[in-house]
Design a protein around this ligand. Structure first.
Ligand SMILES: Cc1ncc(C[n+]2csc(CCOP(=O)(O)OP(=O)(O)O)c2C)c(N)n1
Ligand SMILES: [Mg+2]
Length: 411
């Protein structure tokens, strides 16, 4: 028998610079079309939810269908302000990097609804294990000031992490924000372990794990799913599918043949695929998953569909590998514009209020930066003292570190 030579499938995005993306691969469900099962649903019975897309806001900004959450206009306005704050903070810090005041930055442009709505859906004491694009978890609450975050970014004298972490890799136990690790996917196993520990102690706090589409290709992702399912750990497993992993399209991580949410079904985990640019859908799905975890019903995997509108980081130039105007054509739009449209529609917001809030937030970000810069930026060398490098590791400094500290002081 004559056979043709073997060859491999190497997924390619439909869009490239100068060639528009065909977004039909996203399979967008109409708003309100997807059912909302009770929280004690059997994980095997969520297969349809892992392959459809939970959406609440329709094209006109009206909430429709079974996933419309119970949330009042005051809280929604809080959510809108949190998204505006996150966007303004990101824009300002991008400029600060270009001015060499900070060495590196990562924006969450276009993805703001996911972290901010999720943050409002959790309870104080719950612990998030974020990646570098969930600054909205912190900016949605006022536990940590913007100027303190900026001190970390500037690695200055007031950097709470004393210059030991890459900018954006915050660590705030008191705000339920576990130290960010640059080793992607480790967040998933750590979150499952933390959730298991909470259950072992008979506590009521739950964990929330974060990963990107690209990082799901790491073994840790799959290990975490197994442990979460076997022990029914109280954890929300968030996969942020923003279509890109630096210059690599999500299909390279396996998003072509099946959804990332469907990975959960294969492991016996209740799973949802959700419009991540729909603030109401993010809030509703997060609450559903949090209720399941707190009721001892186990983990929920949620794939959030969104678009990384900015560059991967300040070291990346996306115009090299995708159409420059891709975001404008993304079918799920801009999360801020969509929540704004909804609030205006229900009479709880106006264009004038929006403009005023935007300007006020802009002013607050500028003020926070002014405050942070009083403690130095990367430009003026006002960094934590050299000796601080030797602190905080051992309760009592061993002799060889004391010796190295003495030698360093002599330099
Ligand atoms: C274990 C590991 N492998 C590779 C990298 C290098 N790296 C940093 S970010 C990134 C892309 C991750 O993409 P994704 O998971 O989709 O998250 P996104 O940046 O889109 O939010 C890679 C490969 C890393 N930090 N850790
Ligand atoms: Mg990604």
């Amino acid at each position: 028998m004559k056979t043709s030579p073997l060859h491999l499938n190497v997924p390619e995005p439909t869009g490239r610079p100068g060639r528009a993306t065909d977004f039909s691969y996203l399979h967008v469900s109409p708003a309100g079309a997807v059912r909302r099962p009770p929280i004690d649903v059997s994980p095997a019975d969520t297969g349809d939810l892992a392959n459809a897309m939970v959406r609440v806001l329709d094209e006109q900004g009206s909430p429709v269908g079974p996933w419309v959450p119970t949330i009042d206009a005051d809280r929604l306005r809080l959510g809108l302000l949190a998204m505006l704050r996150t966007r303004a903070f990101d824009a300002r810090m991008l400029i600060a990097q270009r001015q060499k005041k900070i060495s590196f930055y990562m924006q969450s442009l276009g993805e703001e609804a996911i972290a901010t709505a999720h943050s409002l859906a959790l309870e104080p004491g719950d612990m998030c294990f974020p990646t570098y694009r969930q600054q909205g978890l912190l900016l949605a609450r006022d536990d940590i000031s913007m100027s303190e975050l900026m001190c970390q970014l500037m690695s200055n004298e007031h950097d709470p992490l004393k210059g030991r972490q890459l900018p954006v890799m915050y660590s705030y136990k008191r705000a339920g924000f576990f130290s960010i690790s640059g080793n992607l996917a480790t967040q998933f196993i750590q979150a499952v372990g933390w959730g298991m520990a909470s259950a072992i102690r008979g506590d009521s706090r739950i964990a929330s794990a974060w990963i990107g589409d690209g990082a799901t290709a790491e073994a840790d992702f799959h290990t975490a799913l197994t442990f979460a399912q076997v022990y029914r750990a109280p954890v929300i497993l968030n996969v942020v599918n923003n279509q890109w992993a630096i210059s690599t399209f999500q299909a390279i991580a396996g998003g072509e043949a099946s959804t990332f949410a469907a990975r959960g079904i294969g492991c016996g985990i209740a799973s949802l695929r959700v419009d991540g640019n729909d603030f109401l859908a993010v809030y509703a799905a997060s609450r559903w998953a949090a209720e399941r975890a707190r009721a001892n019903l186990g983990p929920t995997l949620i794939e959030w569909i969104t678009y990384r509108a900015g560059a991967h980081s300040t070291s990346d130039d996306p115009t090299r590998y995708r159409p420059a105007d891709d975001w404008q054509h993304f079918p799920l739009g801009d999360p801020i514009a969509r929540l704004k449209q909804h609030l205006i529609r229900i009479g709880a917001w106006s264009e004038a209020e929006h403009e005023k809030a935007r300007a006020e937030i802009e002013g607050q970000v500028v003020e926070a930066q002014r405050e942070a810069e009083r403690y130095g930026t990367l430009l003026d060398g006002r960094i934590p003292p050299l000796a601080s490098m030797f602190e905080d590791v051992f309760k009592e400094m061993p002799w060889h570190l004391r010796e190295q500290l003495r030698q360093a002081a002599e330099q």
